[in-house]
Write a protein that binds this ligand. Structure first.
Ligand code: AMP
Length: 582
């Protein structure tokens, strides 16, 4: 397929707000495209070159793209600026200039040619690379028609404005085959193990949906992590899953470790590669793990070598940084408590029972078992089928400064990407009616009045993820309870992700905000109670009914380790509401 033709699809998708229509357009596109082009196309649709867990970025700022446009069309910066100021859209500005300029170089470029040039652009680094990038993009612009120019400019900036998520792509793949969304669960299951949309699309295109059955973990492709359900007493846990393994719930950050050919890569919960942040863990894995190839998970926790005590989250989290990595690693060494084994030496372990995975995990660690010596430790697990024993283990965990416990069903499989009853978390109960925190997406903020006018932010709007409609619905506007630093921090973070595009947000007029932000920033919120509210859209079926809202919401912390789709879901909120009222 030619890139020009692909741009028609981009335009059609951009012009509709209906998710169903977008799904159909994507399905039409996928039907038409050749198997060897579909993976590249899927990445381009996302404004990328490779799946998001591979940190290959274009590495261009808007300034660089503007230089490419000026060079391609031989434009004065002033003229460009005045046009850009009017439309506010860099893609459409490039398109407009291209319409006015006759170019002799125009060629009908194929998707492969565009992809190849973009690949070159993204991988050029070092001295003089900005010049190379400018030239590559300028050359592409000179060769292309006006509409293609709109998207050629947007792709490297990652601002496609197409307004759909990975889930819509999965729906579209189902639609391509069946004309409906019925295959989405099968496709999504494979995607949870190999969250590389290009790879999934190509597999389906080449081998059909049956081709997905053979998909297993691949070292250096992070698996979407399993999550835990929640209960609030030992007895409830035993009633639900019977005899189980009780492990301490460490309060640090979760890492998925991939090892092959003496290379280690670490992934965070939101599938970002974070290897460079944790040289001590990398060393530990190389020395203390006995396997040719392995994928396992653990929780990294800061450790004080003098007192041999674990550090609270606020201290551990200081290890999440881009600079001064080595010195912080000395100050706050990490211990990785391994708790899950997903793949080892050619064997896919995701679908086997917990107790078998656990035995294999124990055999995979070549450690002394002494906390002062090892970096990788095995999370201790105790078997029980008694509620009171679980309560005791819970109290012991709390006394050690941990968060609580996680109970694991003995014959439970690892469920990638799912929150399932095979893992049940039991955290400290608070005095309020709801005993867990809620992970919310920041959707926008109001400019401050009065005391906080100086910070430029007075309140921020948060919501949860409505999986059924793939959208965010609101649960609270938070205007109190933050420290001055936190207000400044949240404002700073929001300003980096401002947008006018509220596609995918369902907000009542009363809750509208001055500044909208892209779905990116996740915060953990503590509230006293879930109440009914006419102005919040969580679970609200129409304007005259009530939604769910949080009472006395307050910020606990930023959850940089979670991606927007990992916020608490509307279904979970509804369950918490039902439980609170029981
Ligand atoms: P949540 O994210 O609230 O669903 O709680 C589950 C989280 O607890 C996981 O994502 C891990 O980061 C963390 N965790 C701590 N200790 C363990 C453990 N022993 N087993 C599983 N998860 C653990």
């Amino acid at each position: 397929m030619k890139f020009k033709h692909l741009s028609f699809f981009f335009e059609k998708i951009e012009e509709t707000a209906s998710r169903l229509v977008i799904t159909e357009y994507l399905a039409d596109l996928f039907k038409e495209i050749a198997p060897e082009q579909i993976d590249k196309t899927v990445y381009l649709l996302q404004g990328r070159i490779r799946p998001s867990f591979e940190s290959l970025e274009f590495g261009v700022a808007e300034k660089t793209v503007v230089k490419s446009i000026l060079s391609a069309f031989n434009l004065e910066k002033k003229l460009f600026d005045s046009e850009y100021r009017i439309s506010g859209d860099i893609g459409k500005t490039a398109e407009k200039f291209k319409k006015e300029i006759m170019s002799l170089e125009e060629k009908d470029l194929s998707i492969d040619e565009v992809y190849r040039d973009f690949y070159r652009l993204a991988t050029s680094s070092g001295n003089g690379s900005q010049e190379v990038k400018i030239n590559i993009l300028a050359h592409l612009l000179r060769q292309s028609d006006p509409l293609s120019c709109r998207y050629l400019v947007r792709i490297p900036l990652g601002i496609m404005r197409l307004g759909f998520s990975d889930m819509t792509v999965l729906d579209a793949l189902s639609w391509m085959i069946k004309g409906d969304k019925s295959l989405r669960p099968v496709i999504e299951k494979a995607y949870h193990v190999r969250p590389d949309l290009g790879f999934i699309a190509r597999t389906i295109k080449e081998k059909g949906v049956d081709g997905l059955n053979k998909i297993g973990p691949e070292v250096f492709t992070p698996i979407i992590m399993m999550r835990a359900e929640r209960l609030s007493s030992g007895q409830e846990i035993v009633d639900k899953i019977g005899r189980c393994a009780v492990e301490p719930k460490y309060d640090g950050f979760r890492l998925q470790v991939h090892y092959k050919n003496d290379q280690v890569k670490l992934y965070s919960r939101n599938l970002e590669e974070v290897s460079y942040m944790y040289p001590d863990i990398i060393e530990g894995v190389k020395k203390e793990v006995g396997a040719k190839e392995i994928v396992f998970e653990g929780e990294a926790v800061g450790f004080d070598p003098k007192t041999e005590a674990f550090l609270p989250f606020q201290e551990t989290v200081q290890r999440k940084r881009k600079y001064d990595i080595e010195s912080k690693a000395k100050e706050i060494p990490l211990k990785l408590f391994a708790f899950e084994l997903l793949y080892k030496d050619g064997e896919n372990l995701v679908g086997i029972p917990y107790d078998e995975r656990r035995k294999k995990l124990e055999k995979s660690l070549e450690v002394s078992g002494k906390i002062s010596q090892d970096t990788i430790l095995l999370a201790p697990g105790e078997l029980t089928d008694e509620g009171p024993k679980i309560e005791l283990l819970f109290d012991e965990a709390i006394a050690k400064g941990l968060e609580g416990i996680i109970a694991k069903k003995l014959d439970g499989i690892y469920q990638p990407g799912a929150r399932g009853w095979n893992w049940i978390k039991f955290k400290r109960s608070y005095s309020s009616k709801i005993d867990d925190t809620i992970d919310c997406l920041v959707m926008g903020y109001d400019v401050g009045k009065g005391k906080r006018a100086g910070f430029g932010i007075g309140a921020f709007l948060v919501g949860v993820y409505d999986t059924q409609y793939d959208r965010y619905v609101t649960v609270a506007k938070i205007g109190t309870g933050l420290t001055d630093e936190e207000w400044q921090e949240i404002r700073k973070r929001c300003d980096k992700i401002r947008t006018d595009d509220t596609k995918g947000y369902e907000v009542d007029k009363m809750m509208s905000v001055d500044v909208w932000v892209k779905p990116s920033l996740v915060v953990e919120i503590k509230a006293d109670e879930i109440t009914k509210s006419p102005v919040h859209t969580a679970g609200r079926s129409n304007k005259n009914s009530s939604g769910l809202a949080l009472r006395f919401p307050r910020l606990v912390r930023f959850r940089d380790d979670k991606n927007p789709q990992e916020t608490t879901t509307l279904t979970e909120l509804e369950e918490m509401f039902a439980k609170q009222n029981r």
